[in-house]
Write a protein of this length. Structure first.
Length: 204
């Protein structure tokens, strides 16, 4: 397919002892082996906070490691009943301190959060070592899901983009109503390449 960048994700595999870490690692290695010119971005679960499982994935050297915070600390218990905000933050922080090439996260807006809460979330991510941040509008998939509390304006999304890029220093901030985790994913990596940041060096 001649792809320059791929984003790989999956459902949580909490049914597996390692949370699917071995599968993640094998997949990353297979892409690197078969398509050495293709950079790999993985969007994983939180491995229930198990850093040993996380490191199995990181040792496979994805060019971008991503795990989404999804929402603010206050709303996590409502929106992500099986997850924990601080546990997700600790996964991102461990990935960054371990030496992951790029660490990425994102949130959805429209669940009842305030502007201050979103900025606090972004600041916490930056402090954890996150370099890429995405912000999009939550859209209710079915009537059984959390209701949309409000639709954020383009001006508000732009304010958050500038806050991420200029105030917090994220290498890439994608912010807009239609933005999702993989939005312009290749462009972010390409920008790093253009600025001479090495996201492709891998062990032999």
């Amino acid at each position: 397919m001649n792809l320059g960048h791929v984003v790989i994700t999956s459902v949580d595999r909490d049914d597996l002892k390692d949370g699917g870490a071995a599968h993640w690692a094998a997949t990353i290695k297979a892409v690197h082996h078969l398509c050495p010119e293709t950079s790999v971005e993985v969007l994983t679960g939180d491995f229930k906070g198990d850093t040993d499982d996380l490191e199995v994935v990181l040792r496979a050297e994805p060019e971008v490691f991503s795990h989404n915070l999804e929402t603010t600390r206050r709303l996590t218990w409502q929106v992500r009943s099986n997850s924990d905000f601080d546990r997700s933050l600790s996964i991102l922080k461990h990935a960054a301190s371990w030496g992951a090439k790029r660490v990425k996260t994102g949130v959805m807006l429209g669940l009842g959060e305030t502007m201050d809460e979103v900025k606090e979330t972004m600041r916490a991510a930056a402090d954890a070592g996150v370099q890429y941040f995405s912000i999009g509008q939550y859209l209710r998939p079915t009537r059984h899901h959390h209701q949309v509390q409000r639709f954020w304006t383009p001006m508000e999304f732009e304010e958050l983009r500038l806050y991420g890029s200029e105030d917090l220093g994220f290498l890439n901030t994608e912010s807009g109503p239609l933005v999702r985790s993989s939005y312009h994913a290749e462009k972010a990596v390409q920008k790093d390449r253009n600025f001479g940041i090495n996201v492709e060096s891998r062990s032999a």
